[in-house]
Design a protein around this ligand. Structure first.
Ligand SMILES: [Zn+2]
Ligand SMILES: [Zn+2]
Length: 387
C-alpha cells in the first residue's frame, strides 16, 4: 500500500489550506484564526466530535471507525508560527510583519486535516482516531497544556504519534529511531555580583568579567570531563553582559545559556555540576555567583514497540529503503516529549527535501511532502486498528 490515492488527489486542497495558514501565521496560544479554521474544517468533514479550547486554543477531532474497537490512537500536529521576518519571496509569504511559519507547522496542520477528511469519509478501521491540533509548540509547552486539560483521559487515548518535517531529508523519505530522538532543552542564567570601581585600581575591586570568563571556561569541563564520552550533552553560554565603559570595572555580570541532553541522568548530572561549580568559582574570586536553572522540554523518547509500528507503517507508504530507522538524535527540543511521557508512542520525521533549515527566514514547508505525510497518518490508523 503506497501513498493512498485519494490523499494524493487531495494534495492540491491540502496545499491550498497550508498556504492560507502560511499567509496568516499566529504565535503560541494566540491562534484564534488558525484554531477556528481547524475546528470548522473538522466539523465540515463530519468528525464525530470536535472540541475546542483544550489547552487554551488546542482543538481535538474524533473520528470513529466503521467498527467498534478497543484502541484509540492520538495523532498530533502543531499549529503555531515563529516571531521571524519571512524572506522566502513566495507568493504565499506571510502577510504579518515579523511573523512566519518557519518550522512548517502550517504543513503539519494541513496534512493532519487532510488525513481527517480521508478518515471521516472512509472510516476503514475499528476504533477511534483522535486528531490533536496543539498550540504553542515553540516554547509555550502547548502539549503539556493540553495534557493538563485532560487530553489523554478525556478521549481515552492509548497510543500517541507525532510527525515533524525535516529539511535535508529527501522528500518521500521518513526518519525515526527508537529511544531518545530529540534533546531536553533547558536554559540557565548566572548573576555575578563583584565590586565595581576604577579600572586602573583592580586590586580595590572584584572583577565580575574575570569571574564570568572563569565560569564559562570551567563549564566546558562538564562535557569534557564529567559526561561519559560515549554520551551526549551541550552546555552553551550564549549571552554575557557586563559593563558600559572602558575605564570602569563593572559591578556585575549576567550570563545566560542553554543545556541540551538526551538522557535524564545526564541532564541531572549537568545541572548538579553547574550548581556546584558556579557559586564556588564566584566565592574563589571573592564574588557572589548565583545560578538558576530552568528545565524546559524533556527528552523526546520514542517507545520501542510503537517505533516498530511507525516504521512498518512508513514502509507501507514509501517502501523499505526510504525509511531511515536509525535517524541520529538531534539536539533540538520538541514538546511532543510531554505526550510521550503520558502515553506510549513515536515521533517521526518526514523529508522536506533540500530546503532552508527550520527557523530560518528562507525556510518553507515543501508541499510535495504532503501526500507522504498525510498517507502516513491515514495508514497509521488503518493498519494499527484494522477493521
Ligand atoms: Zn520549531
Ligand atoms: Zn517545529
Amino acid at each position: 500500500m503506497p501513498i493512498i490515492n485519494s490523499l494524493a488527489e487531495y494534495a492540491d486542497d491540502i496545499a491550498h489550506w497550508r498556504r492560507d495558514l502560511h499567509r496568516n501565521p499566529e504565535l503560541l496560544y494566540d491562534l484564534e484564526r488558525t484554531a477556528g479554521i481547524v475546528a470548522e474544517k473538522l466539523r465540515e468533514f463530519g468528525c464525530d466530535e470536535v472540541v475546542e479550547g483544550i489547552g487554551r486554543t488546542g482543538v481535538v477531532g474524533v473520528v470513529k471507525g466503521r467498527e467498534e474497537g478497543e484502541t484509540v490512537i492520538g495523532l498530533r500536529a502543531d499549529m503555531d508560527a515563529l516571531p521571524i521576518q519571512e524572506e522566502t519571496g513566495k507568493p504565499w509569504a506571510s502577510e504579518v510583519p515579523g511573523r512566519m511559519h518557519a518550522c512548517g507547522h502550517d504543513g503539519h496542520t494541513a496534512m493532519l486535516l487532510g488525513a481527517a477528511r480521508y478518515l471521516a469519509q472512509t472510516r476503514n478501521f475499528a476504533g477511534r482516531a483522535v486528531l490533536i491540533f496543539q498550540p504553542a509548540e515553540e516554547g509555550g509547552a502547548g502539549a503539556r497544556a493540553m495534557i493538563e486539560d485532560g487530553l489523554m483521559e478525556r478521549f481515552g487515548i492509548v497510543e500517541v504519534y507525532g510527525m515533524h518535517n525535516m529539511p535535508g531529508l529527501p522528500v518521500g523519505q521518513f526518519g525515526i529511531r527508537s529511544g531518545p530522538l530529540m534533546a531536553a532543552a533547558d536554559h540557565f542564567s548566572i548573576q555575578i555580583e563583584g565590586k565595581g570601581g576604577h579600572a586602573a585600581k583592580p586590586h580595590q575591586g572584584v572583577d565580575p568579567v574575570l569571574v564570568g570568563t572563569e565560569i564559562v571556561g570551567a563549564l566546558q569541563s562538564i562535557v569534557a570531563r564529567n559526561v561519559d564520552p560515549l554520551k551526549n550533552a551541550v552546555v552553551s553560554v550564549t549571552t554575557f553582559h557586563a559593563g558600559d565603559a572602558f575605564n570602569v570595572t563593572p559591578q556585575r555580570a549576567t550570563l545566560t545559556g542553554t543545556v541540551r541532553t538526551l538522557e535524564p541522568g545526564i541532564r541531572d548530572l549537568v545541572e548538579r555540576r553547574m550548581s556546584e561549580m558556579i557559586p564556588a568559582i564566584g566565592a574563589a574570586f571573592g564574588a557572589t555567583a548565583r545560578f538558576t536553572y530552568k528545565r524546559n522540554y524533556p527528552v523526546t523518547v520514542n517507545h520501542a514497540e510503537q517505533t516498530e509500528k511507525a516504521i512498518e507503517v512508513a514502509r507501507s507508504v514509501v517502501g523499505e529503503k526510504a525509511v531511515l530507522t536509525d535517524n541520529p538524535p538531534m539536539m533540538g527540543g520538541e514538546d511532543f516529549s510531554f505526550m510521550l511521557e503520558a502515553r506510549p508512542g513515536a515521533f517521526i520525521f518526514v523529508g522536506n527535501g533540500d530546503s532552508a533549515g527550520l527557523h530560518h527566514p528562507a525556510y518553507d514547508f515543501n508541499d510535495s511532502a504532503i501526500p507522504y505525510g498525510a498517507s502516513y497518518w491515514a495508514s497509521l490508523v488503518e493498519r494499527l486498528m484494522p477493521a
